[in-house]
Write a new protein. Sequence first.
Length: 192
Amino acid sequence: MSSPLEIAAVILAVLYLLLAVRENIFCWAAAFFSTLGFLVLFWQAKLYMDSALQVYYLAMAVYGWRQWRGTAHSASPALPITRWALSQHVRAIGLVCLLTFVSGYALSSMTDAQRPFLDSLTTWGGVVATFMVAQKILENWLYWLVIDSLSVVLYLDRELYVTALLFVVYLIIIGFGWSAWLKTYRSSTASD
């Protein structure tokens, strides 16, 4: 049975993503409060890497707000959407894989963590993808597609059904986010 805390965190998380698609700065406020709820939920579910990720998300909500400041009421965002070079993606994915192995191994041998490698992979992937959102890197949506697909499996395993449903909704919204940001990116690069 889902708790009121889980439902509130899910609603705020959906609001975060919908506002992020629109490049609305208030997405970061919704992210901050949603994160507080998930921090407690994931700790109770013994998903320690996801719990740690929530602490990072709290900091990134503040960072994202500061990065995007001034874009909430502006016709042209102060921080433009950009892309990473292939070499940046290779480094980011390599780092995620390395950190996943290290933390997954540590969690599996030293704690009672559930699904430590999958938990680690979604966590480290989320760290990179959230940084990409705060920097308005277009490909963040593709990273989230992979991370959120794996997260559905992880949350179903831990019987966090409403949270798993949230990530299914995220998968749908990701398509809209990619499309909206790609359109903005193309229009800004066409005018350069």
